[in-house]
Design a binder for this molecule. Structure first.
Ligand code: ZN
Length: 243
């Protein structure tokens, strides 16, 4: 079995046995990876048994049985590069990181590489040290939606392709994949109102400390996943965003 090297961030950790862990990783070159770390929690004379924690980044070496590409990879080496200790000092920052990990693990596929997404998550976890939480969270979610092919169209009506510039209040439909103009809106069942500045801010990349952009993306992700993210309500409470 060939040994493969990569860099990874831990999206989920599941306790597997007294001494082993099963992890869901986002790797830079191989996309999502489900991996077993055998004996990782076994203490040695020089090392306490701690295992690998959620949202740590490390260099990994792993093996993958050929013909079992959807199965569990085996972790043979882990060298921690960062544990983003700053996340532990602020609840909103910690929840923002965990929310991002959760939706990334839900919406990416095993062995489908997205190096830009990995770099974006890495950047988010760094930025959560001191940058505005909503700004860097929205940046990451917008990038993630682009990478997985579900970024909504916010410049033109997705129903009639009409220009929506100049309309102060727009409607957004997750199932239709974007913004709906005033004329098409009455025919749509699944929709919500949005201010046009929110659409402009997302499209132009001019981020502001505005909960409405996150609120819209959280709604879109809920529709895509058919349920809210588990971290959605604690994160919204920590950021004081009303449901
Ligand atoms: Zn229209």
């Amino acid at each position: 079995m060939a040994l493969i090297k990569d860099t990874a961030i831990v999206l989920r950790r599941l306790d597997y046995s007294e001494t082993s862990q099963v992890l869901v990783l986002l790797t830079r070159e191989h996309g999502q990876l489900r991996i077993i770390a055998k004996g990782i929690k076994r203490s040695t004379r020089n090392r306490a048994a701690v295992g690998i924690d959620l949202l740590e980044r490390g260099r990994i070496v792993f093996s993958l049985r050929s013909g079992k590409e959807d199965g569990l990879a085996t972790l043979t080496e882990w060298h921690q590069e960062d544990n983003y200790a700053h996340l532990q000092r602020s609840l909103p920052r910690c929840y923002a990181a965990q929310y991002s990990a959760e939706v990334t693990s839900q919406l990416t596929e095993v062995l489908d590489p997205h190096p830009m997404l990995f770099d974006g998550l890495h950047r988010l976890l760094d930025a959560l040290a001191d940058e505005d939480v909503l700004v860097c969270l929205v940046d990451y979610l917008w990038l993630m939606l682009k990478e997985i092919g579900l970024q909504p169209e916010l410049s033109r009506c997705v129903s009639c392709n009409g220009d929506v510039a100049g309309e102060p209040v727009l409607h957004f439909s997750s199932r239709q994949g974007g913004v709906i103009c005033r004329d098409c809106e009455p025919a749509m069942v699944e929709k919500r109102r949005m201010r046009s500045e929110v659409a402009q801010g997302l499209v132009s990349g001019k981020r502001e400390d505005d909960p409405a952009a996150f609120d819209l993306l959280d709604y879109h992700l809920r529709e895509i996943m058919f349920r809210p993210a588990k971290l959605s309500s604690p994160l919204r409470a920590a950021l004081k965003i009303k449901a």
